[in-house]
Design a protein. Structure first.
Length: 398
């Protein structure tokens, strides 16, 4: 056997050993052991079935003299089928005429058994039973062994049958390997897709998978929300890093659930800041209302965190509605981000806002005034935008 074939076999068996609990049958595991460690076939399990005790004994002793280590006997077909139900065999030497179940019955039973139908069977018969032998071969027997048994012919017939079985086993095991590799590939594909969906909206991820290299879209009507924890930098210097990360993870996980509930798209977190948008990548007619409801939910989530953890953190939230450009940047680490004056003004609303209040400009106020209650804050100066009359969102109208 050449080295390439041996290496291929080793790869197959190594994979199969790792996946024994993944659906391999007992027969396949038995074939694995024989095919890998016994290229000569001398460790094969052979079942000799004959109702003549002297003839059966001669075959058994001849096999053991030839070096076969695992030889079993059955006095008729029924005893053979009972043994087959208990253990695996690599080869059967089968007589034709026997009481209870004859050779034809045994072959028919093997043919019906998906786990044993490939087991080679050598029919042992006298020359006066050639017609019966032909019928046995039609039923699936592999070869013919004339009685009385000649050790040279016996060795040749068995060696040939086991060689063919070995090739069939290796082929079947390679099919199992391919199935296992396919499963592994599907698992890795699912992991990659989940990872992609953790950083990109589903619609954007699908476009990337379909071959788009540059993704950039203009959206005329969305609502952007920035949220920031006040004085968090000071807190970060005073508590344990594990506690710090745990607090942020707890809070932002609750924000993620709110975003999912309201059909919004989380864009990213930056330190202790959280950015979410409504109305992209899929249009959403009630984007402003959905973002406003999430903002109120975020304040409730912050209050819950403070009560549960004994903290007194404050959240500052800014909102704004208008047109934006959104797209994917990066090659090794993708980022889906937003740009435009509407984004800048939402950021200004957050940075100029008040503790535990939702701060927004006139355009967003006009979209929400019929469904929410507000307090007019007055005119404030926004760098690069001048004086703007802003509002504080109080609650949803009952």
């Amino acid at each position: 056997m050449n080295n390439a074939f041996e290496n291929d076999e080793s790869r197959t068996f190594a994979l199969l050993r790792r996946t024994k609990s993944g659906g391999l049958t007992g027969e396949q595991l038995g074939q694995l052991k024989v095919a890998k460690y016994d290229a000569t076939g001398r460790q094969a399990s052979i079942l000799v079935v004959d109702d003549s005790n002297p003839l059966r004994t001669v075959v058994v002793l001849t096999l053991r003299a030839l070096g076969y280590e695992s030889v079993y006997e059955a006095a008729d077909g029924q005893e053979a089928l009972d043994l087959l139900a208990k253990r695996e065999f690599d080869l059967m030497i089968l007589d034709v005429e026997m009481p209870r179940v004859d050779g034809f019955g045994v072959l028919a039973a093997l043919k019906r058994d998906p786990h044993r139908r490939h087991m080679p069977v050598i029919v042992a018969s006298g020359l006066d039973q050639l017609e019966a032998v032909v019928k046995c071969i039609e039923l699936g027997a592999d070869d013919f062994l004339p009685k009385p048994v000649n050790s040279v012919i016996l060795n040749a017939r068995i060696g040939s049958s086991l060689d063919r079985k070995r090739l069939r086993d290796l082929e079947r095991l390679r099919l199992v390997e391919l199935e296992e590799e396919k499963k592994l590939l599907n698992i890795e594909k699912e992991k990659s897709e989940r990872l992609l969906l953790n950083i990109l909206p589903r619609a954007i991820a699908e476009r990337l998978k379909n071959g788009e290299h540059t993704i950039a879209d203009r959206y005329s009507d969305v609502t952007v929300l920035f949220a920031d924890l006040m004085d968090f930098t000071i807190l970060a210097t005073t508590i344990d890093p594990v506690d710090l990360v745990g607090l942020l993870n707890d809070l932002f996980s609750r924000f993620d659930q709110l975003a999912d509930r309201h059909g919004l798209e989380k864009i990213k977190t930056i330190g202790d800041s959280y950015l979410v948008v409504g109305g992209l990548p899929e249009p959403k007619p009630d984007h402003a209302e959905a973002v406003a409801e999430m903002a109120l939910g975020m304040l409730d989530a912050m209050a819950d965190i403070n009560r549960e953890r004994g903290t007194s953190l404050c959240l500052r939230i800014g909102m704004n509605s208008g047109p934006v450009v959104a797209g994917v940047i990066g090659h090794k680490k993708f980022t889906y981000d937003l740009w435009g004056s509407a984004v800048n003004l939402a950021s200004r609303m957050q940075s100029l806002g008040l503790a535990n209040r939702i701060h927004l400009p006139p355009d967003t106020y006009q979209l929400l005034r019929d469904k929410f209650e507000f307090t007019e804050r007055g005119t404030i100066f926004c760098k690069g935008m001048g004086d703007i009359t802003t509002y504080l969102l109080d609650r949803k109208k009952s």
